[in-house]
Design a protein. Structure first.
Length: 403
């Protein structure tokens, strides 16, 4: 059984694919899996560390930072980048065609994101069966373009949230996450992060690419936070240096733990946190739901089709998260909200319970089972066709002998 799995560009697309790959290997020992990612992206660093074979392709991202489709096409700040990325997108299709020709996969799993689109188009050209997964409530551009020929579409929320996708193809699996994130050790976290047990802990997650606005707003009141709390701040690479420099002047600097990125210790950061501040990508929301933590969610305003706001509202309607809109966000408002929640144990417990209801424990296993069962089905069909052909050949030989 040979499977190609693709997803990348951000950590949020990579972790779910790795979770599915692990389940495939557990369910089919002889599975041969190849990870296809984007050249120059974070997966080129992360995937090889897992021992999985990886092939990189060229790919391009269509930037849609405006609500107006016209502005997205003519904005001078993005038009050149989009033109260059369109070239890479076309070249990525040729890269993908070559991979499919050489590797001859039985099935392809596409997580979404811009690296999935050239591979998905190549799969359609080569008539190679593929499945897609949609994390967000608002389907991304790649998945919208690929859904017509997909075998099935795995979704992270109940199918009623996806009225524009073909109902007969939808399978509500939930969103896959790394199971090791559930194995966080609070006692070990106090030791590894050098934290004090008597202080409550704030965890800030900016995603693999960071969150500039959250970093800026939070840092304005950093001194106030450190008077009462301790902080684990995952800033992303771009903001690490200035945050590190700024924090050194504060009196309680030893209560501030700054990281550009967390991998192995992320599970312990989750375990020790009392509240989380994050963007609203559905992958991080699923992780927060899995570890059963209360959260303040600040959707990214420039996310394509406002999918982050749509994600956040699904959780907010159930009382699972506190949503703060970036356009109204100030340092004082954020501080007051954090402070209010951390001093209301009953509300924190309520939010944690509601958040946990969104977690589907066997998401990765369900997706892996669907892929394995599809492979078994096409193998049975090939064997059946082979048996029928053999039968026809034998009949033809018998007739020939009689003549």
């Amino acid at each position: 059984m040979k499977i190609i799995a693709a997803g990348g560009g951000t950590g949020g697309h990579i972790s779910p694919v790795l979770a599915v790959i692990k389940e495939i290997k557990d369910g089919h020992e002889r599975a041969n899996i190849i990870y296809v990612g984007s050249r120059g992206s974070v997966e080129e660093k992360l995937v090889p560390q897992t021992g999985i074979k990886m092939i990189s392709i060229r790919s391009g991202k269509f930037r849609r930072y405006h609500k107006s489709k016209v502005l997205n096409l003519v904005d001078p700040t993005t038009i050149l980048k989009n033109a260059l990325d369109f070239k890479n997108f076309i070249l990525g299709i040729f890269d993908s065609l070559k991979i499919i020709k050489e590797e001859k996969p039985d099935v392809i799993f596409l997580k979404g994101g811009y690296v999935s689109l050239p591979l998905g188009i190549a799969a359609r050209i080569k008539r190679c069966p593929y499945f897609i997964h949609e994390s967000d409530v608002v389907p991304g551009l790649a998945n919208r373009m690929l859904e017509k020929k997909a075998q099935k579409i795995f979704v992270s929320h109940p199918t009623s949230n996806f009225p524009d996708l073909p109902e007969e193809k939808l399978i509500y699996t939930g969103n896959p996450i790394r199971k090791d994130l559930l194995e966080g050790d609070k006692a070990l976290a106090y030791e590894n992060f050098n934290l004090k047990r008597k202080l409550k802990t704030i965890l800030i997650l900016g995603g693999s690419q960071g969150a500039r606005k959250i970093n800026e707003v939070f840092s304005e009141k950093l001194e106030n936070y450190l008077e009462k709390y301790q902080v684990i701040h995952v800033s992303g690479d771009l903001d690490y240096d200035w945050l590190d420099h700024k924090s050194k002047k504060y009196k309680n600097r030893e209560r501030y733990r700054l990281y550009s990125f967390l991998t192995n210790d992320l599970k312990n950061a989750y375990a020790v946190s009392d509240i989380i501040i994050s963007r609203a990508g559905n992958n991080v929301l699923t992780e927060i739901a899995a570890v059963k933590k209360p959260a303040i969610i600040i959707p990214l305003e420039s996310s394509a089709n406002d999918h982050q706001l749509a994600n956040a509202l699904v959780y907010s309607r159930e009382g699972a998260v506190c949503v703060m809109l970036q356009k109204h966000l100030t340092a004082q408002k954020l501080y007051e909200q954090v402070d209010t929640l951390l001093n209301d144990e009953e509300e924190l417990r309520f939010m944690s319970e509601k958040m946990h209801h969104f977690y589907k424990e066997d998401a990765a296993k369900e997706i892996a089972s669907q892929l394995i069962n599809f492979y078994k089905k096409i193998m049975r069909e090939k064997e059946s066709q082979g048996a029928k052909k053999k039968g026809r050949d034998e009949v033809a030989k018998t007739k020939k002998k009689r003549k």
